[in-house]
Design a protein around this ligand. Sequence first.
Ligand code: GDP
Ligand code: CA
Length: 315
Amino acid sequence: MGGPKVVALAGGVGGAKLAHGLAAHLGERLSVVVNTGDDCERHGLLVMPDHDTVLYNLAGIEQAGLGWGIEGDTYAAMDQLAAYGEEAWFRLGDRDLALHVARSARLRADDGGRLTEVCLGLQRALGLAPRILPMSDAPVPTQVRTAEGWLDFQEYFVHQRQTPDVLELRFAGVADASPTPEVAAAFGEASAIVLCPSNPLVSIGPILAVPGMRSLLAAAIARGARVAAVSPIIGGRALKGPADRMLAALGHESSALGVARLYADLVDVFVLDNVDADAAPAVEALGMRTLVTDTVMTDDASRARLASEVLAALR
Ligand code: GDP
Ligand code: CA
């Protein structure tokens, strides 16, 4: 398939939905750079929640409505792990577990290759045309400070169900991370870049925090690539997850305008929902064009429709 190449930046649930919509139009011309800040070890295995959510969505096997896991999965292994006294709050389905087993085995093998190479091999096995690229091969675990002190991201997100107030964030080890050759090549070829409607602070934030990532974007922009961002905040609220509370707690505004302010230095076109149409003039005053449309993705058709509107706005 010829034509312009696109890089999308994504976290999990919101990012995966738009990535899937973009894939419907772009196929192999799409590269998705995913957040790896949520990655964690469970039962001795590497789990990559955002990579895997995008993988399952692009493969069309995602668990409907939940934002993680495989549709129709069973939990026999998890129940048996619990019987041995293993921690079971991070639910991994049987078919989901197979991915973590395969990935961890390949990473441990002498000839297994880098994280990105292992992920690409697994994606090919599921027949994916687009490429899902970890933001870095080095671990950059996100940590969250609450009243209890610093917590690992999944302790806050899954175990404590995002209930504590977030006082501070850090991306451990980020200074030693760098974009992979695959990520650099994708930006080098891209004529458009899309910041998906993912959490700006803990999904897009870690990707942009990798040293060298912003320079890759800047070089692409200098070559003429255009950048769009889709607001994950609609009517002041996140559709799912803690993005709204987290923005407010960390001194930002929980609104489409608040997200636009975070991206103003990068973005040409900011996409906001019809319910936020009133905010468009204020977003434009930050120096961006706006696209006001229905940004709620409820099915394959609405994912593809939003993706095509975003791509058209970048032409
Ligand atoms: P996580 O890694 O699973 O938390 O997922 P992301 O960071 O990729 O996405 C979380 C954000 O997705 C939340 O702020 C939601 O408001 C947003 N989101 C989820 N579904 C949609 C949708 O259909 N449209 C838009 N605009 N945002 C969405
Ligand atoms: Ca995530």
